[in-house]
Design a protein around this ligand. Structure first.
Ligand SMILES: [Zn+2]
Length: 217
């Protein structure tokens, strides 16, 4: 079920939808001009991606992975297998999962790649998971389980790191205040919000915006 359709820069559209039993928010980034679609975090039900691809008459050419937790990637290999074309997969270096596909692009902090007319910048944001990355383009931030609306991802999981999380949140708090955040779960009172609002209503981001005193590397 589509929850939101947002027109981004250069004719690119971002479609937000919920999928699966854990409130996962997933995204399709769509460029009608090149008839291309990127899928963020393919999990639970691949039919959803195929129906979007049919609805907008675009092919699934890219898959972006915010991190390797099961509820975000449990259909990654399946989707690659079902697609006739080989999509390019973009994920963190040292990922928690190793896709079966050979078309993997491993991203470090600051790495960029292209989708249609837009450049996407990688922000490495460990803490919830050691392989968490955010995808940043224009004033849009697809942020997985790092930042939710008024909350953050868990940091008590086996490979979590609360200190790294604070540093990651600090970095995100410094983004342009008009940046819209697109979280990995539908846990908040809204589906999308700006960094500016979150600095007021999200106690974790608010605290991390001033509270991090470590090195800024
Ligand atoms: Zn997670």
């Amino acid at each position: 079920m589509i929850l939101n359709e947002i027109n981004c820069e250069n004719g690119v559209k971002l479609v937000q939808f919920e999928n699966g039993p854990m409130g996962n928010l997933q995204y399709a980034i769509i460029d009608l001009l090149s008839q291309s679609m990127a899928v963020v975090d393919p999990a639970w039900n691949t039919d959803t991606f195929f129906s979007l691809s049919e609805k907008f008459k675009v092919s699934i050419d890219q898959i972006w992975v915010t991190h390797g937790h099961f509820d975000h990637v449990n259909q990654l290999d399946q989707l690659c297998q079902e697609l006739k074309n080989k999509p390019e997969i973009y994920l963190s270096t040292n990922p928690l999962i190793v896709p079966k596909s050979s078309s993997c692009n491993y991203l470090n902090d600051g790495d960029q790649f292209r989708f249609g007319p837009i450049d996407i910048r990688t922000i490495y944001t460990p803490g919830h998971s050691p392989d968490s990355i955010c995808f940043h383009f224009g004033n849009h931030l697809v942020c997985g389980d790092v930042l939710f609306i008024n909350a953050i991802g868990r940091t008590d999981l086996p490979k979590s790191d609360p200190t790294a999380m604070t540093k990651s949140l600090h970095r995100l708090s410094l983004l342009d205040e008009n940046t819209q955040i697109y979280p990995g779960h539908n846990y908040g009172p809204k589906l999308v919000d700006s960094i500016k609002n979150q600095l007021t209503t999200n106690p974790f981001l608010k605290r991390a915006s001033s509270g991090y005193s470590g090195k800024s590397s």
